[in-house]
Design a protein around this ligand. Structure first.
Ligand code: D41
Length: 695
């Protein structure tokens, strides 16, 4: 009987040297991790570890080309093409990019030194001019235009053969389907498809609410969307795109463009309608590259998308040609990475935190780990169902992700590292803070403490919510202070805030008299507020800022809102049965009415009803959507101005939207506006509109 030949795809049967054994082991590991990541969306190692294994395999194969087989993970970067996607051959191969992992300036210096040596420049020669770009953490894509029309979009694949994902890419609003007159007859634009962090968070939040599977990180979500077989589903995934290079282009002698520099090429792509990162800049020699690396590194958290580094490229295309490439990596470009936003660490325990609305959140206590630029020792597991799906238990090694100012989270468990049997985590039956019963409604994913404002945890959060800037703003009343005040029982209820005297405050640990006075002043100042702020500040479940404003617009006075029936409440635009029930239940409880009365008795006031309604409302009845970063106003300020003029500010663009106001880094909302033909304003135009008199 014939034995099964597991290595039948080998060209020859090599000696099982230690190196060959290592190569097979690497392939097996990479296949396993890739399947976990791409197919199951349950990663078992951080991306950086996968890359390390991949590079080790690449190095082994480079040393032994005779061992390379078509099924090696190196031959199909990013996983096997699905049967349903056609294969595309890249006429101009999509090269990869050499990575410098040094965190110090040496990355830029080593690159500059190599370039200068290759170009035979001496110390007396001028500095080399570079272009510095962001390195997006997404998915490389080649867009092919013929006669200015998008005819094909292909993934990078192994650099030579990719997948035809045109149908899915067409759904990305930022990608032009048709280019202006005068573009080259053949034009391949290369860039990165990615997902913005806010789009990613919103998408995952929706998945969590539905109790459905969440995505690990924006890159994985973007990759999943691009390779989604149903373009209808792909269209619902909010993707974005940035251009960074060219593939095949009509040559200059046949009427194509003749760019002198990479920078000029990028500017031209921008003028043709492709998104190019605003941060792209030229840099003279290594010192300016280092400065760029530091500058972007410091701003990384504030960017609306993930980057894993910056890219340096020689600016002159003539010098690029002179430098050429080795194997598949150009000598004229290098990626300089930042510290990873994902790391492995151990779960030391699982605690439960209680939020403002009583939501119980399981939080992993971690062996502290440096990730995304800070030391993380706690990471959220969101809710019991997410925790179960991720199979996280005490003692496990987990992957922790921290990107931007998003709360760190556990994204997955590293397979089979748990030392011994560990019982499954259970939600406590009683609140860990106040011992009230823990409840969960059948349709809800979240467990809640039923203690309400009796629960100190909820009380703390409720006070912080009330005192935040968008609510009744009590400047200087932060987390530490509220904690102290509630823990020492100086404050039991919200109205107690206004009974705080200088003496009580100054008596607190680490409280200087000056700071105590500041708090007293801030409290005094907060008494003059507006009804929407006050109503929002009460922290009624499901009543956000927008709903509070609508309620006030509809009813005029707090008493009218407090006494409204559920039915009357549903008459307000924005208020559905869930919100109406929540409001009605809140005001039906005597202790909540008591809180409101006491706050009023303490001197908290606002201008009610008519007076507020008499101000001119030039934009009444108009709906606006804001997107991106404005040059002078914050988003909140713009929103306040518009609402003061009677406009409604909505979260998403529809046919009913009258205007979209777009700033820098505007996202998918801008695309949607263009798609629907909704007028788009910049900040200046919006301000002009606000000045204008109503017709
Ligand atoms: O933002 C990126 N991820 C990025 C990727 C970038 N800004 N520039 C890139 N430039 C290149 C070369 C130099 C080869 C044109 C790249 C990539 N390549 C790249 N992305 C994936 C593989 C290669």
């Amino acid at each position: 009987m014939a034995t099964l030949d597991l290595f039948s795809s080998e060209p020859a049967t090599p000696d099982p040297t230690p190196e060959y054994v290592q190569l097979q082991a690497l392939r097996a590991q990479l296949h396993y991790h890739a399947h976990q990541y791409y197919v199951l969306d349950m990663p078992t190692v951080p991306d950086a570890e996968y890359d390390r294994l991949f590079r080790e395999l690449q190095a082994l194969e480079a040393a032994h080309p005779e061992w390379v087989t078509p099924d090696s993970p190196t031959q199909r970067v990013g996983g096997k093409p699905l049967d349903a996607f056609a294969t595309v051959r890249h006429v101009v191969p999509m090269l990869s990019i050499r990575t410098e992992t040094d965190t110090e300036s040496t990355g830029a210096e080593a690159f500059d030194a190599r370039v200068r040596k290759e170009l035979e420049l001496t110390e007396t020669d001028a500095l080399v001019e570079y272009v510095a770009e962001l390195k997006f953490d997404g998915l490389a894509m080649s867009l092919r235009y013929e006669q200015g029309v998008l005819v094909q979009a292909a993934t990078r694949g192994d650099g030579e053969y990719g997948e035809d994902v045109t149908q899915n890419i067409r759904t990305i609003g930022q990608i032009p389907l048709k280019l202006p007159e005068g573009v080259p007859a053949v034009l391949e634009v290369r860039g990165e498809v990615y997902m913005r962090r806010d789009d990613f968070e919103a998408m995952n939040e929706k998945q969590r609410e539905k109790g459905e599977k969440t995505f690990v990180n924006p890159r994985n979500a973007a990759a999943g969307a691009v390779r989604q077989l149903d373009p209808g589903i792909a269209a619902q995934r909010p993707l974005s795109f940035f251009a960074y290079g060219l593939g095949e282009v009509t040559p200059a002698e046949q009427g194509g463009p003749a760019f002198a520099t990479h920078y000029a090429m990028l500017q031209t792509l921008k003028s043709w309608g492709f998104p190019v990162a605003a941060q792209v800049d030229t840099a003279q020699g290594a010192p300016e590259l280092i400065a760029y690396h530091q500058r972007i590194g410091a701003a990384r958290d504030q960017l609306p998308y993930d980057i894993d580094g910056v890219v340096y490229k020689v600016n002159s295309l003539a010098l690029q040609r002179q430098l050429g490439f080795v194997t598949r990596e150009p000598r004229w470009a290098v990626a300089h990475k930042y510290p990873a936003q994902e790391q492995i660490t151990k779960v030391l325990g699982i605690d439960v935190q209680v939020g403002r609305t009583g939501k119980l959140t399981p939080v992993a206590r971690l062996d502290p780990v440096f990730v995304g630029g800070t030391t993380v020792s706690n990471a959220t597991l969101h809710n019991l169902f997410e925790l179960r799906r991720k199979r996280a238990r005490v003692g496990d090694n987990v992957i922790v992700r921290r990107a931007g100012d998003v709360i760190p989270e556990v994204v997955g468990v590293v397979a089979a590292t748990r030392p011994t049997y560990v019982p499954n985590f259970r939600m406590p039956r009683t609140c860990p803070i106040c011992s009230s019963a823990v409840v969960r409604e059948k349709t809800e994913m979240n467990h809640r403490c039923s203690g309400g404002l009796f629960c100190p945890a909820q009380r703390k959060q409720a006070i912080l919510h009330y005192a935040q800037r968008r609510a009744v703003e009590v400047e200087g009343l932060g987390e530490k202070l509220v904690e102290q005040l509630v823990d020492t029982q100086v404050i039991r209820t919200l109205p107690d805030l206004y009974k705080l005297g200088l003496t009580a405050l100054a008596a607190l640990d680490r409280m200087a008299e000056k700071s105590a006075q500041n708090i007293v002043d801030a409290l005094e100042k907060s008494k003059q507020t507006t009804l929407p702020r006050f109503l929002f500040g009460l922290g009624i479940r499901h009543v956000g800022e927008a709903t509070a404003k609508e309620l006030v617009r509809h009813f005029g006075t707090l008493d009218a809102i407090m006494d409204a029936s559920e039915e009357a409440l549903t008459g307000v635009s924005d208020v559905g049965p869930i919100v109406a029930k929540s409001l009605h239940t809140f005001f039906a409880q005597a202790h909540n009415r008591e809180v409101v009365e006491q706050l009023r008795a303490c001197g908290v006031t606002w201008v009610e009803g008519e007076a507020a309604a008499q101000a001119p409302k030039p934009l009444a009845g108009k709906t606006f959507v804001l997107t991106g970063t404005f040059p002078t106003l914050s988003r909140d300020q713009a929103k306040d101005l518009l609402e003061a003029a009677g406009a409604k500010v909505a979260g998403s663009v529809s046919k009913k939207t009258n205007y979209v106001v777009a700033g820098a880094e505007a996202g998918s909302k801008l695309d949607k506006a263009q798609e629907l033909g909704v007028p788009v304003l910049d900040e200046e135009a919006m301000l002009a509109l606000l000045q204008a008199q109503p017709e």
